[in-house]
Ligand binder design. Structure first.
Ligand code: NDP
Ligand code: 8X3
Length: 249
């Protein structure tokens, strides 16, 4: 049977592109997200190889019981793509909304930790599996307003590296994929709460697109089982780090 991939956040952006690409490549995909109607729509387009599974990454109980709750025939998840996530706000830390910080930590950190912990024992028992997490260049390079969002992505980067260490001796793989400026998703609309301001983020740029992320995920999981890609940092050609800043006077 084809490998089963669980993609969190399949209702938009990267997650949807990854789902469509992997179904096209012959995988079976469980797609999650809060917007159930979007998952249903995907199933109508993708057919029986796609299982819509509404799931909130902040719902700890549902994440903990996930392996038993999945329908029969879908419980052996071979690949987990930890994609669901969000940034909220761009202001300085001293004025930030603490509830927004909690939502980012709850989704990007606790959600990833919970679902990984829930699915990992099955992968190890079958001695076959792969956890791919979508981190960010924000986990490495600080920028103004990146505060807690960047910190959540630094957490998952180190979490994936530490997973590799614990999984040594098994055939379960772990990868952190760290993209920079990406367009074609709802990320900036969610972050800024305004479609016009979001469009401005990409004005006169050529960002990475969701299909580029999907291509990279497909490559990483399709490599021979002896190969583990630990981390990939990817940026559009129009982006580079800005160096250190100094205030004088
Ligand atoms: P989108 O906003 O387009 O998609 C985010 C996805 O995450 C949606 O499917 C959303 O589903 C899901 N999600 C968010 N919160 C929850 C939650 N509480 N429970 C379940 N699902 C949730 O953003 P992208 O596709 O751009 O982002 C995907 C990942 O890539 C994120 O982790 C992001 O941090 C990361 N990333 C994005 C970059 C970019 O520039 N776009 C660059 C680097 C990394 P729903 O709302 O239906 O629940
Ligand atoms: C998203 C990329 O630069 O907006 O993770 O933080 S950035």
């Amino acid at each position: 049977m084809a490998d089963t991939v669980l993609v969190t956040g399949a209702t938009a952006g990267f997650g949807r592109a990854i789902t469509e690409r992997l179904i096209h490549d012959g995988y079976r995909v469980i797609g999650t997200g809060r917007r159930a109607e979007r998952l249903e729509e995907l199933q109508q387009n993708l057919g029986e190889a796609f299982l819509p599974y509404p799931l909130d990454m902040m719902d700890r109980d549902s994440l903990r019981t996930l392996p038993e709750e999945l329908p029969e025939g879908w419980r052996e998840v071979d690949v987990l793509v930890n994609n669901a996530g969000l940034a909220l706000g761009m202001g300085p830390a001293q004025g930030a909304d603490i509830d927004e910080w909690e939502r980012m930590i709850g989704t990007n950190v606790s959600g990833v930790v919970e679902i990984t912990r829930a699915l990992l024992p099955g992968m190890v028992a079958r001695d076959h599996g792969h956890v791919v997490t979508i981190g960010s260049t924000a986990g490495t390079y600080p920028y103004k307003g990146g505060n807690v969002y960047g910190a959540t992505k630094a957490f998952v980067s180190q979490f994936m590296r530490n997973l590799r260490t614990d999984l040594l001796g098994t055939h379960v793989r772990a990868t952190n994929l760290e993209p920079g400026l990406c367009g074609g998703s709802e990320f900036s609309s969610v972050r800024l709460g305004d479609d016009e301001k979001a469009a401005d983020v990409y004005r006169d740029t050529h960002p990475i697109l969701p299909e580029d992320i999907a291509e990279t995920v497909a490559w990483v999981i399709g490599l021979p089982p002896r190969v583990n890609i630990n981390r990939i940092e990817m940026m559009p050609v129009c982006q580079a780090s800005g160096g250190l800043a100094v205030v004088r006077g």
